[in-house]
Design a binder for this molecule. Structure first.
Ligand code: N01
Length: 544
């Protein structure tokens, strides 16, 4: 057992998104000293950074809003079924005000390094403003999608227009996101994931020309957003506690359970009628309420994929364009299904041009635009909707070292190894909220991140009561958890698809390692396991 040093703080929480601010609040409520750190100017996390036009929730607002459901801001009212980013940021701010959370945070600050100090059983933290401090518990709430992935294209620095990543939308001098007037402009969007699919229809409304540079199409389905009337909101508020209890029963904490039947058990035309109803229903239903074998059987998956492909063909006038928009490389739902509003109809506009950069990749950027197949596409603005270095990306950008100076990035070179997705052996007292292999990352983060913060708080209170100050997983517990996470994932159709939750590493010996970053066992099973561990006196952890 190491010598105990008195740290500056009981805990440092990295991140002021929905999970981080709640964790900070809970620690303070339980008598622990805590410092929060965030690179942004204020709270909000993903809702602070992502300010592109069209950015909105594609989870039902009321089901995402844990602070409202939990009674922290019971007065909160949503204006739309799927709230837009400005409303989401107001929601996080309202919760932050209620919890009086900003007093614990250092904003505009990054954690540069976090080294476990073997002698003192503390974490030595260095911030980018030069501050050094110590804490007992290091808690990352960095979000699964916060490390922007900006491709390193040749010549991009020569481009004379504006080019930026979707999560770093240009700001005016007052810090507000710039309302870019696209009229008369030639705009390029690179990336057709959930972000690109939200941006493209909005930019297409005013741009002179919009070039969508598509590498891989996604399976997209209608969001079906609508305003919430006062009467509807009153009814939702009346059942806030029920909503929270209900979403906790579903695999992903979205308000959807899978249909209990297998696809083959349902004859035509009942099957198609079911798909039609799901397609027309707002939200994720077609992905999350469809037959239970969607992600387990290729044959079953193809039946739904063919149905959705048929919808794309109906909605896009030009058959050649429609075919380019239909995925051929991955099963339906094996990647996150982007929820769209008029996405496919956008390609019927004369000012919108779909450019296939899979067959003819972007060669380079030049002063006027992008060079593809020897042709220059003149552009004024390029929006990189190229996604994120998922889940571990934000941790990789911090120099995190555990026992004996071992770097986390090296310990996880072949993929994460954790217990409950919350701790890694060799990195004592370091908790990764919504981190790799935990049940909150492949989940409605608004709810699952909060439930996890509550669990971690309980563990830290247990340690305090028992005079423990050191926790790390046993080797056996970590191995069992990690093996199970990998085996569960391998059984699904997601295993061969490169979504943001799969880490692909090309090794120097020419081999490629593909590892899931998420636990796919479902929220209820995950939380049951966590409760069993807690009930068993935090079995699987070495406490000292
Ligand atoms: O990122 P993505 P995203 N050259 O990784 C392409 C959440 N989210 O920001 O598939 C050209 O899905 C890449 O192509 P490919 C949600 O969980 C939520 O869109 O790699 N293209 C792909 O098309 C979502 O899943 C909301 O071939 C390049 C795209 O960029 C997650 O965020 C809204 C490229 C990236 O798609 C990520 O979504 C938005 C390159 N060098 C997002 N590199 C809500 O509604 C990448 N691409 C709450």
């Amino acid at each position: 057992m190491p010598t105990i040093m008195n740290p500056d703080y009981d805990a440092v929480v990295i991140g002021a998104g929905v999970t981080g601010i709640y964790q900070t609040y809970l620690l303070d409520q339980n008598g622990m000293s805590v410092l929060g750190v965030d690179a942004a100017e204020d709270v909000g996390g993903t809702w602070y950074w992502n300010r592109y036009p069209g950015c909105r929730l594609d989870t039902e607002s009321y089901a995402y809003g844990y602070f409202a459901l939990k009674g922290i801001i019971p007065e909160w009212r949503w204006s739309e079924n799927f709230a837009a980013q400005p409303e989401m940021l107001r929601y996080v701010n309202a919760a932050a005000d209620k919890m009086n959370i900003r007093r614990f945070y250092k904003f505009r600050t990054k954690v540069v390094s976090a080294h476990y100090n073997d002698d003192g059983n503390v974490w030595d933290i260095r911030l980018d403003d030069g501050t050094d401090l110590t804490c007992r518990y290091l808690i990352s709430a960095t979000g699964p999608l916060s490390a922007s992935a900006m491709p390193d294209y040749k010549g991009l620095d020569l481009f004379q227009g504006e080019a930026f990543h979707s999560s770093r939308w240009p700001r005016d001098a007052d810090g507000k996101p710039r309302n870019i007037d696209f009229s008369g402009k030639r705009v390029g969007v690179i990336g057709t994931g959930a972000t690109g699919v939200q941006i493209i229809p909005i930019v297409a409304e005013t741009a002179q020309d919009l070039f969508v540079f598509q590498r891989t199409p996604n399976w997209c389905t209608p969001l079906g957003n609508s305003a919430l009337s006062d009467e509807e909101m009153d009814l939702i508020k009346a059942r806030f506690p029920t909503v929270l209890e209900y979403v906790k029963t579903t695999p992903t904490a979205f308000p959807y359970h899978r249909d209990t039947r297998k696809t083959s058990e349902v004859p035509e035309p009942e099957r198609t009628a079911f798909f039609e109803a799901l397609y027309d229903r707002p939200g994720y239903g077609i992905w999350l309420s469809t037959f239970r074998d969607l992600l387990l059987s290729k044959e079953s998956n193809k039946i739904l994929a063919d149905f959705v492909a048929g919808k794309i063909r109906q909605r896009v006038d030009d058959p050649e364009v429609a075919e380019k928009l239909i995925p051929v490389d991955h099963p339906f739902g094996a990647k996150r299904v982007p929820m769209e509003t008029n996405y496919y109809e956008t390609y019927n506009q004369p000012n919108v041009h779909l450019v296939d950069i899979k067959t003819t990749p972007i060669e380079e950027f030049v002063a006027q635009g992008a060079k593809i197949g020897g042709e220059i596409y003149d552009l004024d603005v390029i929006i990189f909707a190229t996604g994120f270095d998922g889940i571990t990306g934000s941790l990789d950008r911090i120099d995190i070292r555990g026992h004996d100076g071992v770097r986390l990035i090296d310990a996880w070179v072949d993929g994460p190894s954790t217990y409950l997705g919350l701790q890694a052996r060799g990195f004592p007292n370091f908790y990764t909220l919504v981190g790799p292999h935990n049940g909150s990352a492949f989940c409605n983060v608004g709810v699952c991140g909060a439930l996890q913060a509550e669990w971690v708080t309980q563990m830290l209170c247990y340690m305090k009561a028992g005079n423990y100050s050191y926790a790390q997983p046993t080797q056996a517990a970590e191995k069992q958890w990690t093996d199970a996470v990998y085996a569960d994932f391998a059984r699904t159709l997601m295993a061969d698809t490169n979504a943001w939750w799969v880490k692909v590493t090309h090794k120097p010996d020419g081999t490629t390692v593909r590892r899931t970053l998420v636990y796919v066992g479902g929220g209820p099973e995950y939380r049951k396991r966590c409760e069993e561990v807690a009930y068993g006196g935090y079995e699987g952890f070495e406490l000292a």
